[in-house]
Design a protein around this ligand. Structure first.
Ligand code: NDP
Ligand code: 2IT
Length: 448
């Protein structure tokens, strides 16, 4: 079966899972040159095998809220591939969570994790639980109940979950406590744990910092740098605020952040004090819009950040937040680099548009791999029971992001996807990630 026939099959079978189909097509459409060079992939039906997860675990979560009311939620863990190591990937708590979203995230995670060069397979989990408006007691009870079900299927050498939207160090620590309580095992079953009982330094910052390190490498490849450049960032969560922080540290000027209520624009740029204020405000579930009363700037309710002039965009909120019209605005507004902090924040048409206009584009599976890379470092620190300093981990993170950048750029060149210095990072990253997984699967024979 050719790749195009395999895509048709996925489209027909999973027409009701649009995000998953979108993620599969993006990979499929770029790996043809690799497939042609490796007839063993076709023979072993590697692509057809990789689009089906090893298994999907679905479960019900009963829990009692602060008011004593019984609540029922749904939970899933998609164990996509453990070809390169234990299943590894985050857990998302958001009312929009469904199998299509978790399958797209799990599929992306296989290749992202492969790109880090560290021994991890790919998986993703989550629940339709909505953390908004919940008390700390509600969150704790829900996390306990979620892990009461999930603990049967995870383990430090089996499947290692972590955070994602709606899940940070607080939630991971509650889930870890329940796992430890049920199994009597204090090990590396989850990453993103609190520092002091197994968590790694830099894990909190890693995704946002890593995305900006990737950007630095992209800019260096164009003899450019971040100093004084205006940066449009969406989201106001873990990824966005740490991306803003690193941009500021490197002399760039972050001028927007956003959330589901609207966009904050500060022409003067976010500095460390303002970013610290934003972190605290979001932690306490308070409105972003209050910023204007403290520091000035403007609040644009129900609007996205792409209407402003800037040099760089780092969409870091959620999937498909940048559509084709937004992509047109980015190009009109002079944006020269787009780095996906979130997973698949650009629609397929938006990617086509910006690439057609030669905007340098880093796909999420390459640019936001810093988070999971430091998760792998957390796993190895847990195994040897020794912990590294902030600077040691940060240096490793920089090196990993440079390696991802360079290997994707080299693959783009090697497979003739680079044109006049314009690097196709989408093709490059997919080729490198896919090849590592495909070679392992071929070596295993037809198990996995
Ligand atoms: P957080 O929960 O910390 O923050 C998410 C932010 O995005 C919030 O500001 C939230 O707004 C906004 N957001 C979420 N959903 C929507 C939506 N449907 N519409 C508008 N805004 C929305 O999550 P993270 O920062 O951890 O994750 C952000 C993205 O980065 C996701 O795509 C995630 O998969 C990806 N990612 C995360 C990694 C990590 O280590 N955490 C690693 C790699 C990728 P509000 O507060 O109003 O809900
Ligand atoms: O999308 C992602 O890479 C994450 N949410 C982080 C996964 C992890 O295991 O650290």
């Amino acid at each position: 079966m050719s790749i195009s026939q395999a895509i048709e099959k996925v489209e027909a079978r999973y027409a009701h899972q649009p995000e998953f189909v979108q993620a599969v097509k993006e990979v499929a459409l770029t790996i043809a040159p690799l497939y042609d060079a490796h007839p063993e992939y076709k023979k072993n039906k590697i692509f057809e095998r990789l689009v089906e997860p090893d298994r999907i675990i679905a479960f019900r979560i009963n829990w009692e809220n602060d008011k004593g009311e019984v609540q029922v939620n749904r939970g899933w863990r998609v164990q996509f591939s453990n070809a390169l190591g234990p299943y590894k990937g985050g857990v998302r708590f958001h009312p929009s969570v469904n199998q299509s979203i978790l399958k797209f995230l799990g599929f992306e995670q296989i290749f992202k994790n492969a790109l880090t060069g560290l021994p991890m397979g790919g998986g993703k989990g989550g629940s339709d639980f909505d953390p908004k408006g919940k008390t700390d007691n509600d969150i704790r009870r829900f996390c306990y109940a979620f892990m009461r079900e999930l603990h049967h299927y995870v383990g430090k050498d089996v499947d290692v979950p972590a955070g994602d939207i709606g899940v940070g160090s607080r939630e991971v620590s509650y889930m870890f406590a329940m796992y430890k309580n049920l199994t009597h095992e204090h090990g590396g079953v989850l990453t993103g744990k609190g520092v002091g009982f197994g968590g790694s330094l830099v894990r909190t910052e890693a995704t946002g910092y890593g995305a900006v390190y990737f950007l630095e490498n992209m800019m260096a490849a164009q003899n450019d740098n971040i100093k004084g450049k205006k940066v449009l960032i969406s989201g106001a969560g873990n990824v966005s605020l740490h991306a803003a922080e690193k941009v500021f540290m490197l002399g760039g000027v972050p001028i927007t952040v956003s959330d589901s209520k609207g966009t904050l624009y500060d022409e003067a740029g976010l500095d460390q004090q303002k970013i610290d204020w934003l972190k605290k405000q979001k932690d306490q579930n308070k409105p972003l819009a209050d910023y204007v009363d403290v520091y000035g700037g403007e609040w644009f309710a129900e609007q996205k950040p792409w209407q402003f002039k800037g040099d760089i965009a780092i969409p870091s909120a959620t999937q498909n937040e940048v559509n084709e019209d937004d992509a047109k605005l980015l190009v009109e507004n002079g944006v020269k680099y787009v780095v996906e902090g979130a997973n698949m924040p650009l629609t397929a048409k938006a990617v086509d548009y910006i690439c057609l206009h030669r905007v340098h584009f880093a796909p999420g599976k390459a640019a936001n791999a810093g988070g999971v890379a430091v998760s792998a470092l957390e796993m190895s620190q847990n195994s040897v029971r020794q912990y590294k300093s902030f600077d040691q981990i940060d240096e490793r993170l920089k090196l990993i992001m440079k390696n991802i950048h360079d290997s994707a750029a080299d693959a783009s060149q090697k497979y003739n996807q680079t044109e006049d210095g314009y690097i196709d990072y989408v093709a490059g990253a997919n080729i490198v990630g896919f090849k590592r997984v495909a070679d392992a699967l071929c070596a295993y024979g037809i198990l996995n």
